[in-house]
Write a protein that binds this ligand. Structure first.
Ligand code: AHM
Ligand code: MG
Length: 327
């Protein structure tokens, strides 16, 4: 049961914020709160490694491939290790789905939660000092605690997320997350090593002028995507594309805009992964008043059938996503 929520001021430390939110629910065990703390802690370690890239030998390719057959970067692998370690220690997580591993990692049969994570998204930007991110989704397991994990625990729809968030390693490092009661953003204060509330109750503008898409693939876009892009150009929109999903999404969340990754000849189902890239961002977008779809239906309604499933992705300001869909 939820009691009335007290708004905390800017500058509140993440730990206090999490504790305050937990106190507003009766019968909570605090495990979700602990998970969020574990993610925050791992992200600080990853942030430290990222900031050292260029000084020590952690840039460049690892020489191995991830679940999608893409080149793994050293920092991809390192971030995966950091998050897996942090999430396996507390015992709250029964299974971990990661972009970096082919099948899910079975952690603890007594854990209540399933996590899907892209430990370091935007790999192609690592070597060139451009913003990258971490994306995570948290689900409650469905099978009884203590039993073996089943597909029902793993392949849950996005609408079943109990929390989701991202960390943006940018000009400052930010953690943005939701537990289904709005979206809050925290900035890492580097000298204190603490995340502090900097963006309370984030709302995405209903309309915007920014469209973010890799137009290099436009020859193979559908006529409807081409029509929407023409609409953007005819209506004085502006193009911004970093090629780093978290960074593009975050900018559009603050300023109003749409991010599009449609089907292309190379990726007929789109490039992005439903379970650890799109679901979390669609949940955050909706919680902030925006939308996330695959062009036809809500991302959060899609029933996953495999761990690394891809989907076309349109996310951002409600009016812009609706306009793109109507094309
Ligand atoms: P990654 O998981 O291998 O890093 O790929 C995901 C990234 C997103 O961050 C970004 O939005 C997209 O791929 C860019 O793809 P493209 O280079 O085709 O525009
Ligand atoms: Mg990724």
């Amino acid at each position: 049961m939820e009691t009335s929520r007290i708004a905390l001021p800017i500058g509140t430390a993440l730990d206090r914020f999490i504790k305050n939110n937990q106190d507003q629910f009766q019968y909570t065990s605090g495990e979700l709160s602990q998970l969020l703390r574990d993610i925050a802690l791992a992200s600080k370690v990853v942030n430290r490694e990222i900031n050292k890239a260029g000084l020590i030998d952690i840039m460049g390719a690892m020489g191995s491939q991830n679940s999608g057959g893409e080149q793994q970067q050293k920092l991809d692998v390192l971030a995966n290790i950091r998050f897996t370690r942090a999430l396996s220690k507390g015992g709250e997580v029964c299974a971990l789905i990661s972009e970096e591993t082919e099948s899910y990692v079975d952690l603890n049969n007594h854990g209540k939660y399933v996590i899907a994570i892209d430990p370091l998204d935007g790999s192609s930007n690592i070597d060139v000092n451009v913003s990258i991110g971490t994306i995570f989704s948290i689900y409650r397991r469905k099978s009884p605690i203590g039993q073996a994990i089943t597909d029902r625990d793993i392949l849950q729809k996005g609408e079943e997320q109990v929390a989701a968030g991202y960390i943006l390693y940018g000009s400052s490092t930010m953690l943005v997350y939701t537990t289904g009661h709005g979206v809050n953003g925290f900035t890492l204060e580097p000298s204190l090593g603490e995340y502090v509330l900097s963006h309370p109750d984030m709302k995405i503008p209903v309309d915007g002028k920014i469209y973010s898409i890799n137009e290099g693939s436009s020859n193979s876009f559908s006529t409807s995507v081409k029509a929407y892009l023409q609409f953007c150009k005819d209506n004085g929109h502006t193009a911004r594309y970093i090629g780093s999903l978290v960074a593009d999404f975050h900018r559009n969340l603050l300023k109003g805009g749409i991010y599009l990754y449609p089907a292309t000849a190379k990726d007929p189902n789109g490039k992005l992964r439903l379970m650890y890239e799109c679901n979390a961002l669609a949940f955050i977008a909706e919680q902030a008043g925006g939308k996330g779809t695959d062009g036809k239906e809500r991302i959060l309604k899609i029933q996953p059938t495999s761990l690394h499933q891809r989907t076309p992705f349109y996310v951002g300001s409600a009016n812009m996503v609706e306009k793109a869909e109507s094309c």
